[in-house]
Design a binder for this molecule. Structure first.
Ligand code: NAP
Length: 246
């Protein structure tokens, strides 16, 4: 017997990493899960494992999902898809990379939340999740746009909670530190990412983030876990840099 009353979920970025684990975990929770990503083969492989409904959609055009919201009452939306195409100083970043991060990390989640709220507000139930990042809460070099999109998501969540007061619709931001996924595959290459970020460290795994989502939905609907920040024991944010110009 599940402790929540939700029946359906839509998870973006379900073809890989954190989103894939979340989709699998929500299926275990008894939800019908709509799994969104561009990689149709990866989504089919997931569907073969755990019976999600695959939706191969490029979130640069979030209106491609309008049809799902018309057909299905979606209870849980996990805005997880995101990208970090390069690790580079802002002045050396390409306009295409800047736009891609704004489109996928910021515009798409806002548009999806807007679409989902249409039904959630009428039904007076639902749960919106946003996967932010520690990069949106603390400055990091070479990820200024990524950090800006995640910071925007974070304040959006706080403000949205004000707008939704009394509606019973919950909003949860999860802001992780380092999680072992393929996020850095374009920036560092799969092997480079392993060598630089994962091999020598004990990283959070995608399943740990999925567990947080299962915990948040299991609480009574008058309890909203507004933000969860989660770091590996071996990672701490903060500090400062100072350079000599002499
Ligand atoms: N890994 C970390 O250390 C870490 C830390 C903090 C926050 N996060 C956040 O966690 C979230 C998930 O990332 P991850 O680490 O699991 O990385 P990942 O393995 O690279 O997964 C990213 C997902 O986003 C999807 N995506 C990217 N562009 C898309 C587009 N145009 N349309 C539709 N889907 C798109 C990808 O699907 P397709 O390729 O199939 O399109 C993929 O499923 C991101 O928001 C990321 O910023 C990650």
């Amino acid at each position: 017997m599940n402790s929540h009353s939700y029946q359906t979920a839509l998870v973006t970025g379900a073809s890989s990493g954190i989103g894939r684990a979340i989709a699998q975990r929500l299926v275990k929770e008894g939800l019908q899960v709509y799994a969104v990503g561009r990689d149709a083969n990866a989504l089919e492989a997931l569907a073969a494992e755990c019976k999600v409904t695959p939706l191969a959609v490029d979130l640069r055009d979030p209106s491609a999902l309008a049809d799902v919201f018309e057909r299905v009452e979606i209870d849980v939306v996990v805005n997880n898809a995101g990208l970090l195409p390069a690790i580079a100083r802002f002045d050396q970043s390409t306009p295409a990379d800047i736009d891609a991060m704004i489109d996928i990390n910021l515009r798409a989640p806002l548009r999806l939340a807007h679409r989902a709220l249409d039904g959630m507000m009428k039904r007076k139930r639902g749960h919106l999740f946003f996967i932010g990042s520690s990069a949106g809460r603390f400055p990091h070099p070479n990820t200024a746009v990524y950090g800006a999109t995640k910071a925007a998501i974070s304040l959006f969540c706080d403000s949205l909670r004000c707008d939704l007061l009394g509606s019973k619709v919950r909003v949860t931001e999860i802001a992780p530190g380092r999680v072992q996924t393929s996020l850095y595959r374009t920036a560092l290459g799969e092997q480079g990412a392993n060598e630089k970020l994962y091999d020598a460290y004990r990283s959070i795994q995608p399943e740990h983030i999925a567990e947080l989502i299962a915990t948040a939905i299991a609480l009574p609907d008058f309890v909203d876990v507004s933000r969860m920040e989660v770091f590996p024991t071996d990672q701490a944010p903060g500090g400062s840099q100072i350079v000599s110009v002499k």
